[in-house]
Design a protein around this ligand. Structure first.
Ligand code: SF4
Ligand code: SF4
Length: 349
């Protein structure tokens, strides 16, 4: 028998949910949602499970990830229960449930703790610069290695175990027995959704928003490759240098548009930003912009007089790699792609 968690509603509010208790179960939200189908019906079902405190049913469900947050259901809800916001909140809550370290939940629930972590990392980068006596070459050399080790470390210690936990909750615990060759056959779903997020095209409002996200994902992955593998800050190759400029400019221009739109609060989905939403877009913007200026200082021979710019970039990078990627909103991109993959696996049954 399903267990009821009487504290679940209060718990969800800490992750950003509004008054979903106001829901009177009319089903209007599900009717207007262009992504909801008879087999995968939401968001009403998720609202009901949340109101009833059936958190285990939500933990084993992929439905919160099937929503692409267009906000249409919240706009049309006659009770202002904000079902679209609840779906976003459930994604944050699930992220915390998948995270074996428990840090994700703590950071989502406490802004002051998040700020403390950010400040500690600023102090860490400053201490590192002092210990290297502000030697530009050494600091940039170690900074480059940090990128590589951060990617390998964060992926293998945090992200991979968390994806395995997600798989356990949503496939194994849900009672699905999937054959090994089905995992192989359906693997293409994961790759396609990861790089295109094509399901978002199903949202009525979404063609431009989807395109902006696509540019951002491609720009971000390409810049990661250019800085880490092609050593953008260390290379003399003109093609790689120009490539890095284009990629970093793409990132800070697109994220600037996101920040601008979010701050105007003209649409439903920009009206209720959680601190983690802001951290994600602002840090991505700062990363693209600071990388762009670091390379300009290198190309103009002014980097020795402007080490502060590289230290600023490194600080943003360290905070991004150690807070936002493993424990913040960045993981949504990954979990959503895996949710599409797991959903395709479930549908083979
Ligand atoms: S969330 Fe709003 S639209 Fe959806 S079932 Fe409840 S009251 Fe109706
Ligand atoms: S936010 Fe959009 S995609 Fe998500 S449940 Fe509401 S209508 Fe559907």
């Amino acid at each position: 028998m399903a267990k009821i968690n009487p504290d679940f509603k209060d718990e969800l509010k800490k992750y950003g949910a509004f008054d979903f208790n106001a829901c009177y179960n009319c089903g209007h939200c599900t009717a207007v949602c262009s992504l909801s189908t008879p087999e995968d019906s939401f968001p009403r079902e998720m609202v009901r499970l949340s109101v009833l405190g059936l958190d285990e049913n939500i933990q084993t469900s992929l439905k919160p990830w099937l929503c692409y947050y267009c906000g249409e259901c919240s706009e049309t809800c006659p009770r202002q229960a904000f079902p679209g916001e609840l779906m976003m909140t459930l994604r944050r809550w699930l992220t915390a449930k998948y995270d074996w370290t428990g840090l994700s939940g703590l950071l989502y629930k406490s802004l002051s703790l998040s700020i403390l972590f950010f400040v500690l990392l600023i102090a860490g980068v400053y201490y590192f610069a002092v210990s290297e006596q502000f030697n530009v070459e050494k600091i940039m050399h170690i900074g480059h290695y940090f990128e590589m080790f951060a990617i390998i470390g964060v992926f293998s210690i945090i992200i991979l175990p968390n994806i395995i936990r997600m798989w356990y909750f949503t496939i194994v615990k849900s009672g699905y027995k999937i054959k090994f060759n089905t995992y192989i056959k359906k693997f293409g779903e994961l790759i396609v959704h990861m790089f295109t997020q094509k399901r978002a095209l199903g949202c009525d409002d979404n063609q431009i928003r989807w395109f902006e996200h696509l540019i951002l994902v491609i720009g971000y992955l390409a810049l990661l490759f250019t800085t880490v593998v092609l050593d953008w800050f260390g290379t003399d190759n003109d093609f790689i240098i120009v490539l890095g400029y284009v990629e970093s400019a793409l990132i800070f221009i697109v994220t600037f548009i996101f920040i601008f739109e979010r701050s105007k609060k003209t649409t439903e989905l920009s009206s209720h930003s959680h601190p983690s939403d802001w951290f994600f877009v602002i840090w991505l913007f700062l990363m693209g912009l600071s990388a762009f200026f670091v390379r300009i200082f290198i190309d103009t021979g002014l980097i020795h007089q402007n080490l502060w710019m590289y230290l600023f970039h490194l600080t943003v990078l360290v905070q991004w790699a150690l807070i936002i990627v493993p424990f913040g909103k960045w993981t949504h991109f990954l979990y959503r792609s895996f949710a599409m993959y797991f959903d395709a696996l479930k549908k083979t049954k």
